[in-house]
Design a protein around this ligand. Structure first.
Ligand SMILES: [Fe+2]
Ligand SMILES: [Fe+2]
Length: 279
């Protein structure tokens, strides 16, 4: 199965300009490549959870092809930047150290609606992340890749959100129950999966997950500008059935922005310095 929207052949690889590569961005691109490349496992899990829903299973399979392609594109770019990086080798180490539970026949989120809320949170995170990357990156090939991926991720959000609406009719998960799942999934994004991916992609020693997490989160949060955070909070609220642009949105955006801009720290200042605009 191939991605219907674009392929690796659509990327202008010949425009690659090593002089415009930001060294601060390379480690998180490598880590993102591994997480994206692992989507096939998630589609197996989703097909098990939605075992009697062939319509959703078809969607999940197509979705995973697109995610794996994100990993392939980011990995190829990282290999061009750093010839010592090997996507397949780093990926093999990642799956050996981090495995998701595939054989579940019901969602770890307690219900199918909960599972779909969690999927919407992941797509919220990725769509805001690649939009922030697209807006800060100067190297033209990575900018092209992040633009394509950001478009895919927001489409994925809408896709899971549509299926969430379908399941909510049946399961009636309340707004607060949805919010609980959503917050749980957001907190999890600071856990093992991303830290392991960062560690394996960047040759950090096994066991040093705390350091990997610190480096990953600092570098990732440094990409963001306030509008990306505001858009992400609106998507979170929408998936939980709350007004995406009301008072809660303003308050939550302010708090999230405060935390993220602080954790991005010095790297943030460097990436967003005046006069450092894309060519
Ligand atoms: Fe993706
Ligand atoms: Fe996605």
């Amino acid at each position: 199965m191939a991605n219907r929207y674009w392929t690796l052949d659509d990327i202008p690889w010949a425009d690659f300009d090593p002089s415009l590569v930001d060294p601060e961005i390379v480690p998180i691109v490598k880590a993102a490549a591994l997480v994206e490349y692992n989507a096939r496992d998630y589609s197996t899990y989703l097909c098990n959870v939605f075992h009697d829903d062939p319509e959703f299973q078809a969607v999940a399979k197509e979705w995973s092809v697109e995610e794996v392609q994100h990993g392939a594109a980011l990995g190829k770019w990282a290999e061009m930047v750093d010839p010592t990086f090997d996507l397949e080798a780093a990926f093999a180490e990642f799956v050996a150290s981090f495995r998701i539970k595939l054989e579940a026949n019901e969602s770890v989120r307690g219900s199918r609606s909960g599972e779909l809320v969690a999927r919407c949170m992941v797509e919220t995170g990725t769509s805001s992340y690649y939009s922030a990357l697209r807006d800060v990156v100067r190297e033209p090939v990575l900018r092209d890749i992040s633009l394509r991926i950001a478009q895919d991720e927001i489409r994925h959000y809408k896709l899971f959100s549509r299926h969430l609406d379908r399941y909510l009719v049946r399961e009636r998960l309340s707004r607060f129950e949805r919010l609980k799942v959503a917050l749980g999934r957001i907190v999890e994004s600071e856990d093992e999966e991303l830290a392991q991916a960062y560690r394996c992609a960047n040759g950090l020693p096994p066991g040093d997950l705390q350091e990997a997490n610190r480096q990953y989160m600092g570098r990732a949060y440094a990409l963001y500008q306030r509008e990306h955070v505001e858009n992400a909070i609106a998507l979170v609220l929408k998936a939980c059935g709350f007004d995406p642009h009301g008072r809660v949105h303003r308050m939550a955006s302010r708090v999230a922005w405060m935390i993220m801009s602080r954790r991005g720290g010095a790297i943030r200042e460097k990436l967003h310095a005046p006069g450092r605009k894309a060519a």
